[in-house]
Design a protein around this ligand. Structure first.
Ligand code: CAA
Ligand code: NAI
Length: 727
């Protein structure tokens, strides 16, 4: 696994080799350990270079080995880092591709580090629910100081080589053969003293306010990643680096790692990691898959509609260096859209400059603003993001069909309208596909790719590939009202609204779900998305029935419970943040600070009186249960209907598009952890007391899985039998 080769000029090159990313499996660590021992004992060797095969240094510990108690990470790697640092012969790390997690720890054990200009380094452990446990939290702050180390370790971000050079993580960045350069450096430093290069012996560079900095960071991560333990543990490990000598700091690092390792969180986050890899490997029931299809290159794009979503989609394309034509319906809207896009792009440029990237503006794709559909004739892809209105979308696709070149992909960003119906007005339905972005589209990681009946496999692969180009995760789902993600969220929002009708304060509901770990409570989320958008979706999908006057508003539609509250707010033109008023009040339109609205509270008590709704005490647990189990229940229905190809797909959608806390793995993973019999019995209980809420009626698939003895999540799909997938 590790090749040890002796080269003539007294430099031994040790190559990490474990395809595809040189993950540090136990076997690889052992091999490196052996090769290092041999190099150190060989009197002909005067210096050592550590590098990686396949153009990558190492992506760190082998995540596949996690959860196997005997192969627990930590000491093996730590010992190797110490041996590298303690080597009497200088060791140079030649970093190509990535040096992540344990890979970076190995590099920090070396005396010198050279990186290729395209390499990236980082400590992504926090994303896996753990911390760098082989001295990373102790060596890094000794090399670059506490503040940048804090930022790297608590965010898990990948640092490009040029930034790593500025921070002092690497000694040199090269554009040519990194291993050759490392060999040259190794030869140069033979017999030079190594003391100042042994990071464990150096003091931590920390400013006088280091403790305050750590306290501040702790408050921030507790708020940002509610309930996640690893960001907090990372900070405590860094505190140990500030307060304690190296050897004590290492003990604390291990103690914190062991604590984290014994919680549920690392397993949930590792599940989420592999779920993301799984969804990239899509397969259709026909057998066509990512292996057999091929994507087309996207060199130019167009976006139609520059509202909340369109402006973010334009920015996302420009960030990926794809030139975009941005189209609106009239001069006024075009001007508003232009200003919004320019402001988003300006922010991106500032961010890039802060990261030390020169000529940032030139690294963005150009954006051309237009009212003329004729300009779209040569683009490779068009993404439509106009109002959620079938007639309007059809009109636009008719025009696109006439104007665009035959090989152009025609995408709709609809939240849940029928892709087949939209495609039916074109003469190339195979090129029509749903690309459902999430708000804000330039930062959210998810792209739900919706497969229509006629969508070709090339269109699917191109959209999935585009997701990757945009730095997003594409998840392929089937076509049904609201698709996968929104189907689940609809049930969740409905429960939240019913709960305020029953007497809960919306602030309490948001708080309860945010305390659970969801990024934004349902009412804050609805205000962000736009109540008008939700209202249009309801209208288009016929979810609301006839509109009634406020006096005659009924809380039932037939035998089903229905809340008219969204209609009431929208009729007042209270659309959420965008209008400065929605479920909450905002200091101004587009304001961020959600304030309680006394009018709404008074109105709700009056409303309960009119509709004779009984106010009752609902505990925080019931709030969480009803909202989450309704969402999870719909997840089982989505699986049963063949709209998602597995529970992992739903979890990736929720972790990356809806602010589900990754340390809880995703809603379906959460259900499996709680235990399906518990989920079922809670749903049965709530459905019994609310028989007019169909969302609480337990899914047949959930019942079947319980009857089959609560099998592990990975086996659920096998119980769907011959049911045909809608993918
Ligand atoms: N262990 C095991 N397998 C890994 C791996 C790892 N650390 N990193 C990536 N892989 C696997 C993926 O599962 C995938 O396998 P399949 O082809 O079978 O699906 C394959 O390598 C390629 O990965 P990607 O599809 O993600 O490829 P990419 O080019 O898009 O990204 C990457 C490459 C940036 C390295 C990305 O895979 C990544 O971020 N990996 C995780 C890195 C990480 O978190 N390292 C820290 C590990 S924990 C640690 O190191 C601490 C410790 O010692 C205690
Ligand atoms: P929006 O109301 O903010 O913007 C729509 C834009 O389309 C407006 O700027 C309007 O001028 C423009 N437009 C209307 N007719 C047009 C025409 N004929 N030609 C060119 N432009 C035209 O709406 P938003 O929120 O951006 O939604 C757009 C689409 O994205 C909808 O289908 C919506 O359901 C969907 N969506 C919305 C999300 C959200 O969170 N707001 C999330 C994901 C999808």
């Amino acid at each position: 696994m590790a090749a040890f080769r002796h080269i003539s000029d007294a430099v031994a090159v040790i190559t990490l080799s474990n395809p595809p990313v040189n993950a540090l499996s136990s076997a690889l660590l052992q091999a490196v350990h052996k090769a290092l021992g041999e190099a150190n004992e060989d009197s002909a060797v005067k210096a050592i270079v550590l590098c990686g095969d396949h153009g990558k240094f190492s992506a760190g510990a082998d995540i596949r080995e996690f959860g196997q108690p005997s192969k627990k990470r930590g000491p093996g790697l730590l010992l190797l880092c110490d041996l590298l640092e303690g080597s009497k012969k200088p060791v140079v790390a030649a970093i190509e591709g990535v040096a992540l997690g344990g890979g970076l720890e190995l590099a920090l054990g070396c005396h010198y580090r050279i990186a290729h200009v395209q390499a990236r380094v980082g400590f992504p452990e926090v994303n896996l629910g753990i911390l760098p446990a082989a001295s990373g939290t102790q060596r890094l702050p000794r090399l670059i100081g506490i503040s940048p180390a804090l930022s790297m370790i608590t965010t898990g971000k990948f640092v490009p080589a040029t930034e790593a050079l500025k921070l002092g993580i690497v000694d040199e960045v090269v554009n040519e053969n990194t291993v050759d350069k490392a060999i040259q450096l190794a030869k140069k430093v033979i017999d030079q003293p190594l003391g100042s290069r042994q990071l464990s012996t150096l003091p931590v560079q920390c400013p006088p306010n280091a403790e305050a900095l750590l306290d501040e960071a702790l408050v921030k991560v507790k708020k940002q990643f509610r309930g996640a333990l690893s960001p907090q543990a990372c900070i405590e490990a860094l505190r140990a680096a500030v307060r304690l000598p190296y050897s004590e700091g290492i003990k604390k690092e291990k103690e914190l790692f062991d604590f984290l390792y014994n919680t549920d969180q690392p397993r949930a986050q590792q599940y989420a990691f592999f779920a993301e890899r799984k969804v990239a490997k899509w397969t259709l029931p026909s057998g066509v898959s990512w292996k057999t299809a091929s994507p087309q290159p996207i060199r130019t794009a167009a976006v139609i509609g520059l509202g909340t979503m369109g402006r973010g989609i334009v920015t996302s394309l420009a960030k990926a260096q794809i030139p975009v034509i941005a189209l609106e319906q009239d001069e006024k809207q075009l001007d508003i859209g232009r200003k919004a896009v320019m402001s988003l792009l300006h922010r991106e440029i500032l961010k890039m400059e802060q990261l030390g990237q020169s000529a940032a503006a030139s690294q963005l794709g150009s954006v051309q603003f237009s009212l003329d559909y004729g300009e779209l004739r040569d683009v490779d892809i068009v993404i439509e993001a106009v109002f959620e209105n079938m007639a309007l979308k059809k009109e636009i696709f008719r025009r696109l069909s006439a104007v665009c070149k035959p090989e152009a992909f025609l995408c709709t960003n609809t939240s849940g309208l029928n892709i087949d119906e939209i495609a039916s007005v074109t003469d190339k339905p195979q090129m029509v596909i749903g690309t459902h972005f999430f708000l804000p589209a330039h930062t959210m990681k998810l792209l739900e790719v919706v497969h229509g009946r006629h969508t070709s496999s090339t269109s699917i692969y191109t959209a999935m590939h585009l997701a990757k180009t945009l730095g997003k995760i594409g998840v392929l789902v089937g076509n049904c009202p609201l698709f996968a993600g929104n189907r689940l969220i609809w049930q969740y929002m409905q429960q939240a609204i019913f709960l305020i009708e029953e007497g809960n304060k919306l602030e309490e509901i948001d708080q309860a779900l945010e305390d659970f770990g969801i990024g934004m409570g349902p009412f804050r989320m609805m205000d962000l998305v736009g109540l008008d958008v939700l209202w249009k979706i309801e209208t288009e999908l016929g979810l609301m029935g006839p509109t009634l006057s406020i006096e005659t508003l009924a809380c039932q539609r037939g035998s089903k419970r229905y809340s008219p509250l969204l209609d009431i707010l929208c009729k007042k033109k209270w659309f959420g943040r965008k209008s400065g008023q929605g479920w909450y009040k905002y200091e101004k339109s587009e304001g961020r600070n959600a304030m309680s609205d006394p009018w709404l509270h008074n109105f709700l008590s009056e409303y309960r009186g009119i509709h004779k709704l009984k106010t009752r005490f609902v505990s925080q647990d019931e709030v969480i249960d009803r909202c989450l189990y309704a969402l999870i229940n719909e997840g089982f229905k989505v699986l049963e209907d063949g709209i998602a190809s597995g529970p992992e797909d739903i979890d990736v959608i929720y972790n990356n598009g809806y602010g589900w806390p990754k340390h809880k793995g995703g809603p379906m993973y959460y259900a499996s952890l709680v235990g399906l019999p518990v989920v079922l019995s809670k749903l049965e209980k709530y459905y019994e007391t609310n028989p007019d809420i169909p969302g609480l009626k337990p899914s047949g698939f959930l019942k079947k899985l319980v009857a089959k003895g609560n099998p592990p999540l990975q086996e659920w799909q096998s119980y769907l039998g011959s049911q045909s997938s809608k993918l």
